[in-house]
Ligand binder design. Structure first.
Ligand SMILES: [Ca+2]
Ligand SMILES: [Ca+2]
Length: 84
C-alpha cells in the first residue's frame, strides 16, 4: 500500500513538472521594456516596430516583442505592451 501511495506521489510530482510553462518570463522588467534596459522609451518602440508583423521563423522576429507568445508580433502584442 505504501508503494502505491509513493507511486501516486511521484506521478503527481512528474505531472507538475511537465506542466511548467516552457516560455521563460522575466518579471523583473516592465512589460514595455522590451530591450530590458529598465527604461520604457523610444528604443523599445523601435525594437517592437522592427519585429512587428514577423512570425517565429521570419528574420527579425523578436521573442521579447511577442508578448503573448503566440509566435507572431502583431496588434495583440502592441495592445498588451503599450497599454496600461
Ligand atoms: Ca527599454
Ligand atoms: Ca504575439
Amino acid at each position: 500500500m505504501q508503494k502505491f501511495i509513493l507511486l501516486i506521489l511521484i506521478l503527481i510530482l512528474i505531472n507538475g513538472c511537465l506542466k511548467q510553462p516552457s516560455r521563460i518570463v522575466n518579471y523583473n522588467f516592465d512589460k514595455c521594456d522590451i530591450n530590458h534596459d529598465k527604461i520604457c522609451d523610444s528604443k523599445d518602440l523601435e525594437r517592437f516596430n522592427e519585429a512587428f508583423g514577423k512570425c517565429l521563423l521570419d528574420k527579425g522576429y523578436d521573442t521579447f516583442s511577442d508578448y503573448d507568445g503566440n509566435g507572431c508580433v502583431d496588434e495583440k502584442d502592441r495592445k498588451l505592451l503599450f497599454t496600461k
